[in-house]
Design a protein around this ligand. Structure first.
Ligand SMILES: NC(=O)N[C@H]1NC(=O)NC1=O
Ligand SMILES: [Zn+2]
Ligand SMILES: [Zn+2]
Length: 463
């Protein structure tokens, strides 16, 4: 006999907006249709979640899957699979590292098609703001980019050019008119270039010293000035220092529509880890001194950072290992998207005793609100998509190379121990990953386009 529901998840500790409650969750047609202490009807499928925690699936607003053009570095299939294994049910793919970059509608639609046929979980796509594509911005917005992304410093690939100040200013004016968000990689190109010319070194410290916190603060300040002039909404990606967080918060307090993210690697690793681990831990901005890392945690805990993203940026292992003796040549990017949620639960909840409701704000609610996906995504409530992660807090988990689902199995997370483990991931009511059986082979990801009204409402989020 057919069940009343497609799926019932029984007896989990469900992470709601403001509390964690022991509830059953009923799913029908991919949506949560009932949340109750005891669900009466039966389900076609029943999942026993007793003793486990049920969180909204992570929404990772910042990944690089590099397809088309560099799918041999990762691609939608591998990338979305590793995210599913980490409890992520929606991601936003960046417009660079793929060839061509996502600079126009043709490139966007090609990427959407590829994602639609390969992705394990739902996804949105960022569009590019680069020198020369000003006329493409409107088309990209109309075709549903989640926002635009620009670099204020070189990107590490020749196909995606950083913006000059005038392109940035004009682009911001346009993007403000389109009512979209501009995400910025903010490091000052002139400061980096001058320091590089001065240094001519090869070590981890040499590399880090060419990309100081000052470079981040200067670029952010310049962008904030232009946001004030143009009215453009901004989102600062991978902010690595509490001092920069403060600048952004001051602008927010002054009424600018601006948000920011940081990544688990800036919270879990410092420059000494980078020296110990080598090129596998190279990213931009670089890992910081221990004091900076601790201050970043303080900024996060005190509510000054809106969301956590992975900035998962994979590459062939040789692009790391071949340059162990010249940190400037190694690929800058962390293979880590699989571990964002576990890292935040381990370090935020288990270690620092922050409530899981708070973790969910950073990993799901705030990104959903900011980018116009809420309340369809980001929250466990009736009417929302049944996107969720089951997490056990009774499993100690030492990450090994065999655990990695990235195409290339290198990561600074190898050797880290987490006191939690994602045991299952559910996307719109379908189990897409279990610890026992791995990632489901069948792709079922949908391309998500932001709802403009919800996006406008999301601008009032409080971290
Ligand atoms: N090109 C690219 O993926 N760059 C990313 N990697 C990184 O560490 N920071 C970035 O912006
Ligand atoms: Zn970046
Ligand atoms: Zn990035």
């Amino acid at each position: 006999m057919a069940g009343k529901y497609d799926l019932v998840i029984k007896g989990g500790n469900v992470v709601l907006l403001d509390e964690v409650r022991n509830l059953d969750i009923a799913v029908k047609n991919g949506m949560i249709v009932e949340l109750a202490e005891q669900i009466s009807g039966d389900g076609e499928n029943v999942l026993d979640a007793s003793g486990q925690y049920v969180l909204p699936g992570m929404i990772d607003a910042h990944v690089h899957f590099n397809e088309p053009g560099r799918e041999d570095w990762e691609g939608f299939r591998h990338g979305s699979g590793l995210l599913a294994a980490g409890g992520c049910t929606t991601y936003f793919d960046m417009p660079l590292n793929n060839i061509p970059s996502t600079v126009d509608v043709a490139a966007l639609l090609d990427k959407a098609n590829r994602g639609g046929s390969e992705s394990r979980v739902d996804f949105a796509l960022w569009g590019a703001l680069v020198p020369g594509n000003e006329e493409e911005l409107e088309g990209l917005a109309n075709h549903g980019v989640i926002g635009f992304k620009a670099f204020l410093s070189p990107t590490g690939t020749p196909e995606f050019e950083a913006v000059d100040d005038l392109t940035l200013y004009r682009g911001m004016k346009r993007i403000a008119g389109l009512n979209r968000i501009l995400a910025l990689h903010s490091e000052s190109a002139p400061i980096i270039h001058c320091l590089e010319a001065e240094k001519k070194g090869t070590t981890v410290r040499d590399y880090c010293e060419t990309r100081p916190v000052l470079a981040e603060m200067e670029a952010v300040s310049r962008a904030l000035l232009m946001a004030r002039e143009t009215g453009c909404s901004l989102h600062f990606v991978h902010i690595s220092s509490a001092r920069t967080v403060r600048l952004i918060q001051e602008a927010k307090a002054a009424g600018l529509d601006v948000t920011l993210e940081t990544c688990p690697h800036y919270l879990l690793f410092n420059i000494e880890d980078f020296e110990r681990l080598g090129s596998v831990a190279k990213c931009a901005p670089p890992l910081r001194e221990e004091a900076e890392r601790l201050q970043l945690w303080e900024a996060l805990v005190s509510g000054q950072i809106d969301m956590i993203t992975s900035d998962h940026s994979p590459c062939p292992t040789s692009m790391k290992t071949a340059h162990e003796h010249d940190m400037f040549q190694a690929w800058g990017g962390i293979t880590g998207g699989q571990f964002s949620l576990e890292a935040m639960i381990d370090q935020g909840h288990v270690e620092r005793r922050l409530p899981l409701t708070q973790i969910a704000r950073w990993t799901a609610i705030h990104p959903a609100k900011r980018f116009g996906l809420y309340p369809r995504k980001g929250v466990l409530s009736v009417g929302s998509d049944a996107d969720l992660a089951l997490v056990s807090l009774n499993q100690d988990h030492l990450i090994t190379e065999q655990d990695l689902l990235s195409r290339y199995r290198h990561s600074p997370y190898i050797g880290r121990r987490f006191r939690c483990r994602v045991t299952a991931t559910i996307q719109r009511g379908t189990i897409v990953y279990t610890l026992r059986d791995g990632v489901m082979e069948q792709p079922r990801g949908q391309w998500l386009q932001p709802c403009e009204a919800a996006q406008a409402e999301g601008r009032t989020i409080k971290a």
